[in-house]
Design a protein. Structure first.
Length: 367
């Protein structure tokens, strides 16, 4: 923040230190003379400092705690309840360490010191990555609102970006998992089959209703989450809106078979496709995860932190389709991704699919 010194009545000298920037500019001190009443000069100095820092007027004195609170308020409507709770927890931990630091004083050196302190305090690397990730995201949001000029976390901790986990199960592993789930029953088998065939997220699968299936088209447009013990169903997917996917005859028949069995048990199945017969609420995504773990144990496939996770079935659906040469735009639409996201996450599969495209074109030309 600028320091203001009164040189003589009505004449003030303001001084601002500008820290090194992401573009490589060295730190420097800038001064300027202002004339007028004390209150008016303070307002002018605040605008001048904001223009120097490239920030919005009125945000020069904002702290990290202010930013975290504004960021959470702005994003709360877009986030799922579980995401809100996770960010709130991480933000409180970040604020405990850095909350009083002004954004204009937050630089890579201070971030380095914070990282070192967390390690001295015995905070695990996973927890550090989570806290740093939340702060990085909040600062990026702050840049878009002109609360600061650059993201000091991106410079101080580039290697702490959480690596995207994208395991690719082998086809025989997927077959074994589905077969093992079938031993538990048609409901369990259907849940895992939809993860592998439709590439749907677990929260989307458990929120499906019977009327989402029309002929061979399945509409995916909801998510089921938990708020305490209460089930919350939102009428949109993680990326917003809904999508329609075409199912193979085997999956369509699996849905009808489970519907018939549920009908025999209770007389009239509930509206939720994968709920237990007679249940009034959709099952939790946790149920589907536990089905996956039991299937892995039965099939002799390692699951969990050191093995496959349920979301890997979605990765398998995407990577298999791309390796087989299917159009990335179509695959992205099926998964509810943007094409840009799909190409970034599955770049290796897209490249492998190029070979199939080349062979297909050559076959047409060479007979």
């Amino acid at each position: 923040m600028a320091t203001i010194t009164e040189r003589q009545p009505g004449v003030y000298f303001a001084r601002v230190f500008l820290p090194p920037t992401a573009a490589g500019e060295k730190g420097r001190q800038v001064g300027k003379v202002f004339r007028g009443g004390k209150k008016a000069v303070r307002a002018e100095v605040a605008e001048w400092e904001a223009s120097l820092r490239g920030t919005a007027p009125g945000t020069v004195g904002a702290t990290v705690a202010d930013l975290l609170e504004l960021w959470q308020q702005a994003k709360a409507f877009d986030w799922q309840p579980t995401t809100v709770a996770a960010h709130r927890s991480r933000a409180s931990l970040v604020a405990a360490d850095l909350g009083m630091v002004r954004l204009v004083d937050l630089d890579p050196f201070r971030i380095d010191a914070w990282l070192a302190q967390m390690r001295r305090d015995g905070v695990g690397e996973g927890a550090i990555r989570s806290r740093v990730g939340s702060l990085r995201t909040a600062l990026s949001w702050g840049i878009s609102r002109r609360m600061l000029r650059f993201n000091p976390v991106a410079e101080a901790a580039p290697s702490l970006k959480t690596a995207r986990r994208t395991s690719r199960p082998e086809p025989e592993q997927v077959v074994a998992l589905l077969a093992a789930a079938a031993q538990e029953g048609p409901r369990a088998a259907l849940g895992l089959r939809l993860a592998a065939v439709a590439g749907a997220r677990s929260a989307e699968i458990v929120a499906l209703r019977w009327d989402d299936l029309k002929d061979d088209r399945l509409t995916i447009g909801r998510q089921r989450h938990s708020q305490g013990r209460k089930a919350i169903v939102r009428n949109q997917t993680k990326t917003g809106g809904s999508r329609s996917v075409v199912l193979d005859p085997g999956t369509v028949e699996a849905i009808h078979a489970w519907h018939r069995e549920a009908d025999e048990i209770v007389g009239a199945p509930t509206e939720w496709m994968l709920s237990e017969p007679g249940a009034s609420e959709p099952p939790s995504p946790r149920w589907l995860y536990e089905v996956f773990v039991r299937a892995g144990r039965s099939a002799g496939i390692e699951t969990g932190r050191s093995g496959l996770v349920l979301h890997d079935l979605r990765h398998w659906a995407a990577s298999t389709a791309l390796r087989d040469g299917h159009d990335p735009v179509t695959v992205a639409a099926r998964l509810g991704h943007s094409p840009e996201t799909l190409l970034r996450v599955y770049a290796q599969e897209v490249e492998q699919g190029q070979e199939g495209v080349a062979a297909s074109l050559a076959a047409r030309l060479d007979g």
